[in-house]
Each structure stands twice: as C-alpha cells, then as structure tokens.
Design a protein around this ligand. Structure first.
Ligand code: FAD
Length: 159
C-alpha cells in the first residue's frame, strides 16, 4: 500500500475538514464587536456613522452572516460530539466547511467598508482579518472539492 492510500489519512483529512472553520465564531465575534463600537463612535456629517442606514445595513449583514455560520459550526460540533465514524458525517462536514468559508470574505467586506481607509491600513486589524478570510475557500479542500463531495454523496456520478 502506498502512503497516500492509507485509510487513516482519509479519516484525518475528513476530521480536519469538519473542524476547518472552528476559529470563525470567535474571530468574527471580535470583528462584529469592533464594528459596533466604531459605528457608534466615529462621526461623519455631524452624527455617528451608524445613524446612516447604509452603514447600519452592513452591520446587520455582518450579524446575520456571523449568526448563521456560528449555528452551522455548532451543529457540526454537536454531530461530532454524538460519536461514531467520521465517514457518516462527511456530507455535513463538507456542507459546513463550504458554507462558512464562502460567507467569510463577504462577511469581512462589510467592516472593511465601514472602517473606510482604516479598513485597509496595515496598523488596523480589519485588513488582516479580511486577508485571512480569502483563502478559506482553498485550504482543507477547495470549494470545488466540497461541491464534488456533496454531489457524490447524493449519488451523482461526479468524477
Ligand atoms: C492558507 C493556506 C493554508 C494551507 N495549509 C496547508 C496545510 O497545512 N497542509 C497542506 O497539505 N496543504 C495546505 N494548503 C494547500 C491547499 O490544501 C491547496 O492549496 C488546495 O488543496 C488546492 O490545491 P492547489 O493549490 O494545488 O490547487 P490545484 O489543485 O491546482 O487546483 C486549482 C483549482 O482547480 C480546481 N480543481 C482542481 N481539481 C478539480 C476537480 N477535479 N474538479 C473541480 N475543480 C478542480 C481547484 O478546486 C482549484 O480551484 C494550504 C493552502 C492555503 C491557501
């Protein structure tokens, strides 16, 4: 057997996939708190920028994406906590990884816009979090691979 044919390697890969986005809830909560504070305290045209509905709408978008992704991750964690072989949870792992990772960059674009130029300056955190979000659709299985897995487990003869 070649090293890459070892079934334990498949298992490790699948478990990693299930946990791939586990840091999202904490990091995104911090970004959400930062943007709440910023939109309350930063003033433009004589009022807090959060008073402008185009700014507050972006905060609402962030809160929605954060809540949905966190729910998906906690749901995956509960499934893993129930025990049993990871193979029976492959589709859930792929759905969770795909949906959280594809929401990550749209989630980070909203604070970047609300922070204005500070959203892209190196000495502010937002640009770092935005850049960190971008490869989420690549590592631990690309979005294309996740879609292949999901379709295959539905019985579609994907090559
Ligand atoms: C931040 C980051 C951290 C990483 N950390 C690690 C790590 O710790 N360990 C590790 O081993 N690797 C790591 N990687 C590598 C990562 O696993 C690979 O980048 C990923 O598997 C894609 O491989 P590739 O870059 O060679 O792209 P390619 O395989 O060249 O693919 C290029 C594009 O073609 C698509 N594609 C390829 N084949 C198909 C197909 N059959 N159907 C549809 N689309 C297809 C891919 O989805 C992708 O969009 C990391 C990558 C990043 C970005």
């Amino acid at each position: 057997m070649q090293p890459w044919q070892n079934p334990r390697l498949d298992e490790i890969r699948d478990e990693t996939r299930a946990w791939a986005e586990q840091t999202f809830p904490g990091g995104s909560r911090r970004d959400l708190d930062d943007v709440f504070e910023w939109t309350r305290t930063r003033e433009a045209c004589g009022k807090a920028i959060g008073a402008h509905q185009q700014v507050s709408s972006r905060v609402a978008n962030m809160a929605i994406r954060q809540r949905l992704s966190r729910m998906a991750i906690y749901d995956m964690a509960a499934r893993l906590g129930d025990g049993g072989a990871i193979q029976s949870r492959l589709q859930s792992a792929a759905v969770t990884k795909l949906s959280v990772s594809e929401k990550y960059t749209p989630f980070m674009m909203d604070p970047m816009q609300n922070f204005g130029v500070r959203g892209i300056l190196y000495d502010w955190d937002i640009q770092q979090d935005l850049r960190d979000s971008i490869p989420a659709t690549i590592y631990v299985g690309t979005s294309e691979t996740m879609r292949n897995t999901i379709a295959k487990l539905e019985g579609v003869p994907v090559q």
